[in-house]
Write a protein that binds this ligand. Sequence first.
Ligand code: ADP
Ligand code: TRP
Length: 321
Amino acid sequence: MRVLSGIQPSGKLHIGNYYGAMRQHLHLQAEHNCFFFIADYHALTSNPAADDVAACTLDVAMDYIALGLDTQKTVFWRQSDVPEVTELTWLLSCVTPMGLLQRCTSYKDKIAQGLAPNHGLFAYPVLQAADILIFNSELVPVGADQKQHIEVTRDIAGRFNSAYGEVFTIPKEHIIEAVAIVPGVDGRKMSKSYGNTIGIFEPESKVKKKIMKIVTDSIPVAEPKDPDKCNVFALLKLIASPEELGEWDEKYRSGGMGYGEAKKRLAELVIDYFKPFRVKRAELEDNIDYVKGVLADGAERARAVAGQTLKKARQVVGLRR
Ligand code: ADP
Ligand code: TRP
């Protein structure tokens, strides 16, 4: 199946991104024909500094490759290297009702937060639809926060197809729900915007320090604790083996365990798990040309597919020579 997903280069990736999205993307590579890209056009909607866009894009590329992206099998590119998507965005915009975009909750939420919206932010779901449709994607793995954008994509594809003929494959969404929400060190959703993240590749000493500071309640050591209410346990669930998790569950419930003990073990597990990826990441940092080469090769492969779909779409709407 053709699987496609994008990730925005809007800061250092954290373990919430890994367990919530990237790990599932990487697992899908074994069985599917995967297309993954770095959504730098989308990142511009929040007007980041130019140097940050460029640096974060390379960071995300190195992160994905270090974490196991199969550069031979999977097509991996920078969105802006395939400008065909912006042209398709225009064709799709012309069949997209305003109301459809006005109903998008991610847009409404940002306005509610007091953000002055630009047109890019409003049109964001149309660009996302173009990303998906131009590659004839069948399955789009995304977190629950992106579900509505996939519904919008399906709606736009249906409208275009009924107006002009069957040009686009209607994609299915594939919500990644195995991991609900990864909590940050303060117990809220781990997110760049809350400053509560544990970075995948930040120095090990910092990872440990942050884990030791995870917010817990103040139940005394001797007393039983509810693992399901503990942020440390929520993270242990992601990384400990089922046997070990069972042991922690018992320790929590029987009392006599301090949170410090669980935090220490969590830090060990996180550091051990990411160690081999960290080695690979360091190699890539010394070999940026290789990373740029992977993206350039991916862009070429992506453009070959995108160009064909765009050609069909141009034809059917009447942009013919
Ligand atoms: P952030 O909130 O840090 O800005 P993004 O919105 O860029 O993260 O998310 C990128 C991907 O990672 C999305 O698919 C999102 O669903 C997933 N993700 C981000 N934070 C978490 C989290 N705390 N738990 C689970 N998944 C997450
Ligand atoms: N909007 C997505 C996010 O913020 C990123 C994205 C852009 C995407 N284009 C996409 C995801 C196409 C899936 C398919 O997470």
